[in-house]
Design a protein around this ligand. Structure first.
Ligand code: MLT
Length: 257
């Protein structure tokens, strides 16, 4: 598993879990911006520079979660603040269900608790076909319009380019595996009221994939959650509005450190 570790030796730690079809570079503005925290940002299996099993059944939210726990064990981190974006949030739900004592606090960015609808599952099937025929570059072109805020598309060609490049370098077996895992993931709405640790829920004001209104409702179902909406952010808040997100993270971490 490929992993970026900021400030080695510092504790406690924040574990950053990227979304689909991205890699750990999603968090490049965060991993060196949280003084006193050891930031751990891995590539999930099949993403970035981690190995990508060919069998799509090797990818589930549970498998991703177990990989992360193995990483925490290797790093001798008994507990961590876990921060997941979108699919990373789905993995975080799995961590909370399976390994609650390892999670000191939870940060949900641009995510949701519901499972895929039938229509969404058909969309996953179509995307699998697109990945297999057109490769990662075709997936990038299909996904980019909805991933970023209008302001990002209009004013930040560098961010658009960075996201396009990140998706285009994703291994196709990892994309297909992740789509399979997304399609089959469990509904996590019943998990929300069981979350007993402090939580931060971060929405992007212009997120078309996981809208801010849904995230506000998600936060309302977690007993100790703070909700923050970041202006001019689409689905990829860490890259679109890093300074605003980092401020929200530092504020939250001060309270749970
Ligand atoms: C992600 O960003 O991880 C994906 O948009 C998640 C999804 O499609 O459900």
């Amino acid at each position: 598993m490929a992993v970026t570790i900021g400030v080695p030796g510092a504790e406690p730690a924040v574990l950053f879990i990227h979304g689909f079809p991205l890699d750990r570079a999603l968090w490049r503005h965060q991993t060196s911006a949280l003084p006193g925290w050891r930031c751990v940002a891995p590539d999930l299996r099949g993403a970035g520079e981690s190995s990508a099993p060919a069998d799509r059944h090797a990818y589930t939210m549970a498998r991703y979660a177990e990989d992360l726990v193995a990483l925490l064990d290797d790093l001798r981190l008994r507990e961590t603040v876990a921060c997941g974006l979108s699919m990373g949030g789905y993995v975080l739900f799995e961590l909370l269900r399976r390994h609650a004592p390892r999670i000191r606090a939870a940060i949900f960015c641009n995510t949701k608790a519901e499972a895929d609808s039938d229509e969404a599952k058909r969309g996953r099937d179509a995307m699998i076909q697109l990945a297999e025929t057109g490769g990662a570059a075709a997936v990038a072109e299909a996904m980019l319009p909805k991933m970023l805020a209008p302001a990002t598309h209009a004013l930040r060609p560098d961010v658009v380019r960075e996201v396009r490049t990140m998706i285009a370098r994703a291994p196709v077996p990892g994309i297909v595996g992740a789509l399979h895992a997304l399609r089959e993931r469990p509904d996590s709405t019943a998990t929300l009221p069981t979350i007993r640790v402090p939580a931060l829920v971060v929405a992007g004001s212009d997120d078309q994939i996981t809208p801010a209104s849904g995230m506000r409702a998600l936060a309302a179902r977690i007993p100790a959650a703070r909700f923050v909406e970041i202006a001019d952010a689409g689905h990829l808040t860490p890259l679109e509005q890093p300074a605003r997100l980092n401020e929200a993270l530092r504020e939250f971490l001060k309270a749970v450190g």
